[in-house]
Design a protein around this ligand. Structure first.
Ligand SMILES: Cc1cc2nc3c(=O)[nH]c(=O)nc-3n(C[C@H](O)[C@H](O)[C@H](O)COP(=O)(O)O)c2cc1C
Length: 206
């Protein structure tokens, strides 16, 4: 498979960047080709502007969005790596999701969360988070993230199967961090192929 990893972190020496590297190394070890979209290093603009509104109305797709869509079109699997910020995505990843997976390209309706215009792609979210797993689960945050992302977002993009791995305790001991990096490698190594999927239509640019 061709695997696209999308990273949101400004610091190449961050834990999130290490997670992305480990995931890609695991993917390579399983014989996949890998590609990295390093959003900060590449200077992606996450702001939703009048250009995006015009594209939403059927006018020209902004060139930076079209470039990201071409990258996605090459991929059989996609991994998003970003730290958990206030129980959500940091702004760069949020803007990339909002702008790139656009109406008319990724989806064209809101009543069927599995109804994407895109072909099926294996999807993984690797999300470093400082909180412990019991904190994340007992307060209902994990269920909330699962609902918002797995149910409310990534089905519309054709991610199937899709997997959310919150990497709890990312600021913990060296042992803990090492275990999370090993897990990231393993997720890359054992990536599931895209599920058979009924594509609603062929998306422009695919
Ligand atoms: C602005 C901000 C918000 C954060 N919000 C959360 C949060 O809601 N839950 C959590 O568990 N950790 C939260 N954290 C901690 C980060 O998810 C954690 O430190 C992560 O490891 C950061 O990634 P890095 O180590 O690659 O920098 C937050 C950190 C920052 C800077």
């Amino acid at each position: 498979m061709h695997v696209l990893t999308v990273l949101d972190h400004p610091d190449p020496s961050s834990f999130s960047a290490a997670v992305a590297r480990q995931f890609m190394a695991g993917g390579k070890s399983a014989g996949h080709s890998v590609e990295l979209a390093d959003l900060h290093a590449e200077g992606f603009d996450p702001r939703w502007t009048m250009e995006d509104i015009a594209a939403d109305r059927g006018e020209t797709t902004p060139s930076d969005v079209a470039k990201e869509q071409e990258r996605i079109a090459r991929a059989d699997a996609i991994c998003l790596v970003f730290p958990l910020y206030w129980w959500g995505m940091p702004s760069m990843m949020k803007g990339w999701v909002d702008r790139v997976w656009s109406w008319g390209w990724a989806y064209d309706q809101m009543d069927d969360p599995e109804g994407s215009l895109q072909p099926s792609r294996s999807g993984v979210l690797l999300v470093p988070a400082a909180a412990r797993s019991d904190e994340v689960e007992d307060a209902g945050y994990l269920a909330a993230l699962d609902t918002a992302w797995m149910k409310g977002t990534f089905g519309y993009f054709g991610f199937s199967p899709r997997r959310l791995e919150v990497l709890h305790g990312s600021k913990g001991s060296e042992n803990r961090r090492q275990a999370l990096l090993e897990k990231s490698y393993h997720v890359g190594q054992t990536l599931a192929p895209p599920a058979p999927h009924n594509v609603k239509g062929s998306a422009p640019g695919c």
